[in-house]
Every structure is written in C-alpha cells, then in structure tokens.
Ligand binder design. Structure first.
Ligand code: 6GU
Length: 246
C-alpha cells in the first residue's frame, strides 16, 4: 500500500511513520509513506499557501494553487483522496478496514480555518474526522487514520487474529489485562487467571468485557446484545446475568 500525505508541516510526521509498528510495516514493504510539503508547490514569492477568507471571519484558508499543483505533480488524479476535517464523516473500524485494503490513497491535511472548498470539490475528496472535537490541524488526525488502517494490513501485526479479538473489532471493549509480577505493592492479579482452566479464564474475560462495555459504552453493549450469535451456553448465561443487573 502507498499512502501519500500532503501537509504544510511535513516535519510532524517523521518519528510517527518511522518508529514502532508503522515503521516496521514500512521496513517490511507492507506500506510506503510519502510526505509532500504543499509549500514546495506554491508559486508565491513567500511560498504562501493560505489567505484570508472571502466573506470575512477568523483565520486563514488554504489557497487552491499550491494544493492543485501538488496533487497534479504527484499523480493524484482519479485516486482516493481523504481530506482530514472535523466536518468529515467519523473514522470507524469499517473505514479503517476498507482503507487497509486499498492499493493507494492520499491524505490532505488542512490548517487554520480549513481549505478553499474548490480543492475538496474539484478533487472529489472524502472528508474524514477522528472525533467530535477540534484539533489545530489535520496532521495528528492523518497519523491516527494511517495508524488505524496500516495495522490492519495482513502481516503488519505478528498475530493475524489480534485485530479481530480486540475491543471494537469484536463488538465489546477489551477485558482487563495483567502481567508479572503476580503481586505488586500488595495489589493482586485475579485468581482465575492462574488456574490453567482456559474455559474459566475465557468466561472471566468475557464477563469482564461485557460489564465494562455496558458501563462505558451502552451503545456498543446494546448492539452486541442485539446481534450476538454463536454464544456458548455459558456465555449466554453470563450475558443474561449481566443484562439483569441494575
Ligand atoms: Cl480530521 N481535523 C481537525 N483539524 N480537527 C479534527 C479532526 C480533523 N477530527 C476531529 N477534529
């Protein structure tokens, strides 16, 4: 997969794309990141990329010329282009999964008050937001989107089942995790995790996930109870008990 990011702040991306799991995915050849500085395409003598908004208002708006020329120069015509914006549709697991299967896509990061609408319209961009809050720019959001998509590329994570078992991908929040030591400053790990009975351990984890999801994300919990299929007898019993609680 190839992901090309267009930004006025290319330096923000360095370590995020080269370290840890994203860096390893790039080393393995699963993904190629390219970061393009929009300023490099500005024909303005001060390399300006934004200007004041028509109609008045606060902030600066990205001008069409540098973005159009950058997009033409990198061959983005007819390609999937995402514009990171708090006005966009919310990033979720469906979109992350879909993007993880793309051969190539582009991400435009805006700043200040946004970009000239003609950039979005003429290049048929898809607006994507990462949540109901406003960031100072699209760069952090672009990194979130790239991370969420790349980790789902087959071969990126060591265990291919991992993404399916975790939190939102299974429909429930992930259960509590513990590691060594067994006792730390008088704090103990739940006894069930040591009894070697994988069925009991699984049921404890299932119950823990159910309770947590019901409390924190009633929306996900309701969806899970409506669509839950293929539960074992024991799992159903636990679900019924959790459903009956307060
Ligand atoms: Cl994609 N961009 C900005 N600037 N703010 C956001 C966002 C994106 N998603 C949520 N807030």
């Amino acid at each position: 997969m190839k992901i090309t990011i267009l930004t006025q702040f290319p330096d923000m991306f360095g370590p995020v794309l080269s370290e840890s799991i994203l860096g390893r995915a790039a080393d393995k050849g699963l993904v190629e990141f390219k970061v393009i500085n929009i300023r490099d395409y500005s024909v303005d003598k001060h390399r300006k990329t934004d200007d004041t908004p028509f109609g008045g208002g606060f902030g600066m708006v990205m001008t069409p010329q540098p973005a159009f020329d950058a997009l033409k120069a990198i061959g983005a015509e007819g390609k999937r282009i995402i514009y990171m914006s708090p006005r966009g549709k919310l990033l979720d697991k469906q979109l992350a999964t879909e993007l993880s299967r793309e051969e190539e896509f582009f991400i435009l990061c805006g700043h200040y008050e946004g970009v000239d609408q003609r950039i979005i319209d003429a290049w048929n961009m898809e607006e994507v937001s990462i949540g109901d809050y406003v960031l100072t720019g699209g760069e952090l959001a672009a990194m979130v989107l790239a991370d969420a998509a790349v980790r789902l590329i087959p071969g990126c994570l060591s265990d291919p089942e991992a993404p399916l078992q975790e939190s939102v991908y299974s429909g429930l929040l992930e259960y509590d995790q513990y590691t060594k030591p067994r006792e730390y400053e008088g704090l103990e790990v739940p006894e069930v995790l040591f009894n070697g009975n994988h069925r009991l351990i699984h049921l404890w984890q299932f119950e823990n996930s159910l309770r947590l999801t019901k409390k924190r994300r009633p929306d996900l919990f309701e969806k899970f109870t409506e669509t839950a299929e293929g539960l074992t007898k024991d799992e159903k019993k636990i679900l019924d008990a959790v459903l009956l609680e307060y």
